[in-house]
Design a protein around this ligand. Structure first.
Ligand code: OOG
Ligand code: MG
Length: 260
């Protein structure tokens, strides 16, 4: 795919997001769209957001759990770019009308204090992180129906990134048994989704290892000060006005958002 085509498809997705209208998946008109094309479209889309005044603040890993892969019918992980305009603080109200058909899912967020590049170990990731917290990702798809699209479509659409909610403060990274952490997402006080954090890539720290490897393939590093969402532990739930969503993770402050 050539540069003008990549720019044009990034523009299309950008416009759909701003207009809050779903569009046809890109592979319907471009069945030959490759995974490198998809990441190029994603990056062109991020450049459009930068031009509009947004600043990238990190990345989200997607499709790192079996539950999500089955829900979306896609079998490999992907990443997307997070910007400052996507950040929602715990306790805030989020308007569902800000998206097309937003959903919410339970995650764990890490913050790096040193850059990471190439092949890294889980210990190197933990050493390079200075904070962890419970997070809710509000995903949205710019495609009709939200389902039955391909990995390449999702990646081009910034891996369905829309908004993310972080708990009130960053907490110490060391001394936690990450795979064993229990995660519980409630809606209006009733538990709807729960899983061990091992549902996320076997260990949410390994999601960060994998992200660093995927960025390296594209010649990129994970900069210091990045926020990384490790991926959802369970399927996503639709976001409905009037309901309150809370995620509790063992040993961490809860994160909550009310939909309006
Ligand atoms: C793709 C994004 C997946 C996750 O945590 O697995 C994701 C999608 O579900 O539309 O964010
Ligand atoms: Mg997610």
């Amino acid at each position: 795919m050539n540069e003008p085509e990549i720019q044009q498809l990034a523009q299309q997705l950008h416009a759909s997001r701003l207009a809050r209208t779903a569009q046809q998946k890109l592979t319907a008109a471009h069945p030959d769209l490759s995974l490198p094309d998809a990441y190029a479209i994603m990056r062109a889309g991020v450049a459009l957001r930068r031009a509009a005044g947004e600043t990238p603040v990190g990345y989200k890993m997607g499709l790192t759990s079996q539950a999500k892969r089955e829900q979306m019918d896609i079998d490999s992980p992907c990443y997307g770019t997070l910007t400052d305009a996507m950040l929602v603080h715990s306790g805030e109200t989020f308007s569902v009308a800000a998206g097309i058909h937003p959903r919410i899912e339970p995650e764990i967020a890490f913050r790096t204090s040193r850059p990471l590049r190439g092949k890294v170990t889980r210990e190197e990731v933990l050493d390079a992180c200075d904070g962890v917290c419970a997070a809710l990702e509000i995903i949205d798809s710019r495609y009709e129906g939200f389902k039955y699209f391909s990995l390449n479509d999702v990646v081009a659409d910034n891996s369905s990134s829309a908004f993310f909610v972080l708990a009130a403060g960053w907490e110490p990274v060391q001394g936690r048994d990450y795979p064993e952490l229990h995660m519980r997402m409630s809606i209006d006080g009733a538990v709807h989704q729960e899983a061990r954090a091992s549902a996320i890539s076997g260990d949410p720290v390994l999601s960060v290892v994998q992200l660093v490897e995927m960025l390296d393939v594209d010649g990129l590093e994970l900069p210091a000060g990045s926020i990384v969402l490790a991926g959802a532990a369970t399927v996503a739930e639709p976001l409905s006005p009037g309901r309150e969503y809370t995620l509790e993770v063992d040993g961490m402050a809860p994160v909550t958002v009310r939909a309006s």
